[in-house]
Ligand binder design. Sequence first.
Ligand code: ADP
Length: 267
Amino acid sequence: MIVVKVGGSAGIDYDAVCADLAARWNAGEKLILVHGGSGETNRVAEALGHPPRFVTSPSGYTSRFTDRQTLEIFEMVYCGKINKGIVERLQRLGVNAVGLSGLDGRIFEGRHKDSVRAVENGKTKVLRGDHTGTVERVNTGLIELLLGAGYLPVLTPPASSYEGVAINVDGDRAAAALAVALKAEALLLLSNVPGLLRAYPDEASLIRQIPADEVESYLEFAQDRMKKKVLGAAEAVAGGVKRVIFGDARAGQPITAALDGAGTVVS
Ligand code: ADP
């Protein structure tokens, strides 16, 4: 089993990802796709007059502050436009894909964090009314049912809290938890960069190989949301996934290239 996570940043070629995925699936490989949608969510939120608000925690992690209205816009884009766009592409390529959020069948479950500590203008504040959390549990029953019946699951945040409330969770870390739960042989984190760059944005500074037990020490090279990918990779290898690859989803055959060793390989 290979878990492929494709991000939501500008420049990602969903046609290329889906064509590669379909070719491998139709050749008999078992794969699951997890996707993001942050770029499009930002555009739609602006258009709807509820622009995104990003907050930075005291430890330097950036996340989207998700009030109820933001959560609903998030769902429109992630579970609607992006998820159905991917399912449609796959269906056209002869793959019987099924798109689900983490709420459906409680595939992704975690604790609801209602407040977040944020640094704004040098001061730490507590913001309430947040609908976020982290995936702590993956319920694989529905996924196994689908895979066993020949369907390819296409998964997206949000997750479900233990109380059944929708929570915005990081897609990279959700994909990592899924890879661990399914005992996947590889986790691919595909985005709009060649991999983890030592000197972002210099693409010539690509880090080719990271020993599995040293992932966290590479956090220093990652800025902003890339940190979540490095963290996800660390969680996946700690959970027994043999290979995590940060790969490029902008063109070509993104999955095949990553599995052939392009990008940053954590193993
Ligand atoms: P996605 O939504 O596609 O998963 P994210 O925006 O969450 O992607 O994270 C990828 C982004 O992280 C890249 O587009 C890049 O701007 C940024 N980034 C920060 N530091 C690095 C780094 N050291 N190497 C590569 N990308 C980095």
